[in-house]
Design a protein around this ligand. Structure first.
Ligand SMILES: [Zn+2]
Ligand SMILES: [Zn+2]
Length: 259
């Protein structure tokens, strides 16, 4: 039998609440309560419309449901036997928790980059990925706004990870929360990285909200999720990304500081 302790409702509740809390709070702060205060952080001048938010939430709810179904299929059916999920936290050293999380993010980043490149093939783009790109000016609600086929493809990372990397359920919840948090940041529509970020090594390896916003504005280049690694390696990073990032940060902090 399946040894996993979470019942069927837990993943459903976690995923729905996570979407509405983690996308809803930033939306409230940046789009409803303090848009003037954050006006210098805004990546694109204009705002998306109400009908965009409604469409994005509708598609995101569908995606959330698909993620839960895929999660339940892999964790609550005999397919579970194929996974390396371990229930006792001390089956592995405690240091394995952060290390497994790190490996999971690396694997997810590679998976996302290549399925994203695949979805930009004109035939697939038109039929599947276009739903996500209807949000030319993304908001936190865009985070899970996918066509149903894309939702399945995105959700498939869970069984892949669970069959390749031994994960404690806690690490799985941490991974999906970090992943969704980064997803919301990528679609925030506002750049919020601090000034020091530009001169740190992190800027060279991490994606920013500006990075993914350019992907939505132009529909090409900047295919990566968490890291710049694959885009830089494959020569798909938008050529003016750093210039556009610097322009936003100069507007926020007053002068260029990062050459
Ligand atoms: Zn895309
Ligand atoms: Zn996006």
């Amino acid at each position: 039998m399946i040894e996993f302790n979470l019942n069927y409702w837990t993943p459903l509740v976690i995923n729905f609440f996570r979407y509405f809390i983690m996308a809803g709070i930033p939306f409230l702060i940046f789009y409803r309560l303090y848009p003037d205060f954050f006006s210098k952080n805004k990546i694109q001048d204009r705002f998306a419309k109400q009908k965009d938010f409604v469409r994005e939430i509708r598609h995101s709810l569908q995606t959330t449901l698909i993620i839960v179904v895929v999660g339940i299929l892999i964790l609550k059916t005999p397919l579970n036997e194929w996974t390396l999920v371990y229930k006792n936290l001390f089956d592995y050293s405690l240091w394995w928790v952060p290390l497994s999380l790190f490996l999971t993010l690396i694997l997810h980043d590679a998976y996302f980059y290549w399925i994203h490149r695949f979805m930009h093939h004109p035939w697939v783009y038109k039929r599947v990925h276009l739903v996500h790109h209807k949000s030319v000016n993304p908001s936190p609600w865009t985070s899970y706004s996918f066509h149903v086929y894309e939702s399945f493809l995105e959700a498939l990372i869970a069984p892949i990870i669970l069959c390749l990397i031994p994960l404690h359920p806690l690490s799985l919840i941490l991974f999906t929360t970090i992943s969704f948090g980064f997803n919301v940041y990528g679609h925030l529509g506002y750049e919020i990285t601090p000034k020091w970020f530009r001169n740190s090594y992190l800027f060279e390896i991490m994606n920013t909200s500006t990075h993914h916003n350019i992907h939505h504005a132009t529909s090409k280049g900047n295919y990566g999720l968490y890291f710049r690694f694959w885009d830089r390696l494959m020569g798909t990073e938008y050529p003016d990304y750093v210039k556009e990032y610097d322009e936003i940060q100069d507007r926020r902090f007053g002068h260029a500081d990062g050459q």
